[in-house]
Write a protein that binds this ligand. Structure first.
Ligand SMILES: Nc1nc2c(ncn2[C@@H]2O[C@H](COP(=O)(O)OP(=O)(O)O)[C@@H](O)[C@H]2O)c(=O)[nH]1
Ligand SMILES: [Mg+2]
Length: 343
C-alpha cells in the first residue's frame, strides 16, 4: 500500500514524510516522488509478543510517498503536479494547522484541484473515443466504445456538478474503462492537520470533520524536535507543553485504517507478526498477503478473534478448550485483529 502525502507547497508534507518514516527528504527526488516505509505499530501485537517471546516481532508496513506541492496561486500546473499521485493507493491531505488559515477551506480548495485534474483527464479522452467510433469495427468492439463514451459523459456530468468519482456509484462495468485513468477522486483520502507548538490537543473544527470524519492532527515539527532532546529535557518540555504521548504511531494507525485496510496477526515462537490487507477481504486474500502459495493451497484457517485471544490469556490451547478457536473456510471475511493460522 502506497499512500501519497499531498497538499499545497509549504504545508509541511516533507516534514511529515520525515516524521512518519525517519527518511530524510531528498529535494533531488521530489519530482519522481520519494518513497519510504513506516511500521503500523500495534500494542495488541506487542502484548501477544510478550506472551510468545518470539525471536522476531514484525509489524505490517505502509509506504509513504512525498510529492511536490501544489501552487495555491498559479493553479495551471497543478494537474501535472498531481500526476505522481495516480500510482498511489490513497492519499493524506496535509493541511497547514500552524499559521491560522481556516482548515475546512484549505481542504475544500485542495479537493477542487483533485476534481479538476480528474476532469481534465476524462475530458481529454472523449474526442479520442469519438474518433475511434467513426471507424468500422465489429459490433462487440463498438459496444465497448459506446459504454466507454457513456461512462465518460456520466462521470464528466457528475464532476462538473462537484462530485468526486467515488460519489458516483460507479458500477463494475463502468469501472473497467475508467481504470487506466487512476482517478484521484476514486482513491481513499484522509487529512492530517500539521500543528505548530499549540492547538494540538484541541478538538478539530466541526466543519473540517464534516468534510473528513477521519481527519487527525499532530504537532509534527515539535515532536521531531522533542525526539532530538535528552530524555530529561524531553520530559520537562513535554509536561510544559501539555504533550502527553507521541502522536506518531497513532497517526500512522489512523491513516492506515482510513485507507480501508485492516491487520490480522500470526503468533508463533519464531515470529509474531501483523499483516495488512484490504478491509472486507477473505481468509484466502489474507493468506495471499503472506504468500501466494499459501492462498493457492488454502484449505481452512484457524481463527481466534483478538478479544477472545486476550480473554484466553494469549493461549491457543485455552482458546481451543473454551471453544473460541474457530475453523473458517475460504469465504470467511477477516476481522481486524484476528489471530490466524492458515492450514
Ligand atoms: N511554524 C511552523 N513551520 C512548519 C511546521 N511544519 C513545517 N513547517 C515549515 O514549513 C516549511 C515547509 O515545510 P515542508 O515540509 O518542506 O513543506 P512541503 O512543501 O509541504 O513539503 C519548512 O520551512 C518547515 O520548517 C510547523 O508545524 N510550524
Ligand atoms: Mg516538500
Amino acid at each position: 500500500m502506497k499512500v501519497g502525502l499531498v497538499g499545497y507547497s509549504g504545508v509541511g508534507k516533507s516534514t511529515v514524510f520525515q516524521w512518519l518514516t525517519g527518511a530524510t527528504p531528498d529535494p533531488g527526488k521530489i519530482q519522481q516522488g520519494q518513497v519510504a516505509t513506516a511500521d503500523v505499530a500495534d500494542d495488541r501485537l506487542r502484548r501477544i509478543a510478550e506472551a510468545y517471546k518470539p525471536k522476531k516481532l514484525t509489524f505490517a508496513k505502509v509506504e509513504f510517498l512525498d510529492t511536490p506541492g501544489l501552487m495555491a496561486d498559479d493553479r495551471k500546473d497543478n494537474p501535472r503536479r498531481l500526476g505522481i499521485l495516480r500510482e498511489a493507493n490513497g492519499m493524506v491531505v496535509v493541511l497547514d494547522g500552524f499559521s491560522g488559515a481556516p482548515l475546512a477551506e484549505q481542504l475544500r480548495k485542495f479537493r477542487e484541484e483533485l476534481l479538476y485534474a480528474d476532469l481534465e483527464i476524462v475530458m481529454n479522452r472523449v474526442p479520442k473515443v469519438e474518433a475511434q467510433m467513426k471507424k468500422a469495427k465489429p459490433a462487440k468492439e463498438r459496444e465497448l466504445d459506446e459504454l466507454e463514451l457513456a461512462t465518460l459523459k456520466r462521470v464528466i456530468a457528475g464532476m462538473e456538478a462537484g462530485k468526486f468519482a467515488k460519489e458516483l456509484n460507479i458500477t463494475e462495468e463502468e469501472e473497467k474503462p475508467l481504470r487506466s485513468f487512476q482517478l484521484l477522486t476514486l482513491k481513499p483520502e484522509t487529512v492530517l492537520v500539521n500543528r505548530g507548538d499549540s492547538g494540538f490537543n484541541d478538538p478539530l473544527p466541526k466543519d473540517l470533520l464534516d468534510l473528513c470524519p477521519t481527519a487527525c492532527q499532530a504537532p509534527v515539527k515539535l515532536e521531531m524536535e522533542l525526539a532530538a532532546l535528552s530524555e530529561e529535557d524531553r520530559q520537562m518540555f513535554m509536561s510544559d507543553l501539555g504533550f502527553t504521548a507521541s502522536f506518531r504511531e497513532a497517526t500512522i494507525r489512523s491513516i492506515f485504517y482510513a485507507m480501508e485496510r485492516i491487520v490480522f496477526f500470526t503468533a508463533g515462537h519464531d515470529e509474531c507478526r501483523s499483516w495488512a490487507m484490504d478491509k472486507g477481504g477473505t481468509a484466502v486474500d489474507g493468506a495471499a498477503c503472506i504468500h501466494n502459495d499459501l492462498a493457492a493451497r488454502f484449505v481452512r484457517a484457524r481463527v481466534v478473534g483478538h478479544d477472545h485471544f486476550v480473554q484466553c490469556g494469549y493461549s491457543e490451547k485455552e482458546a481451543k478448550a473454551k471453544g473460541l478457536e474457530r475453523l473458517e473456510g475460504k469465504q470467511y471475511i477477516v476481522q481486524d485483529g484476528d489471530v490466524i493460522e492458515i492450514l
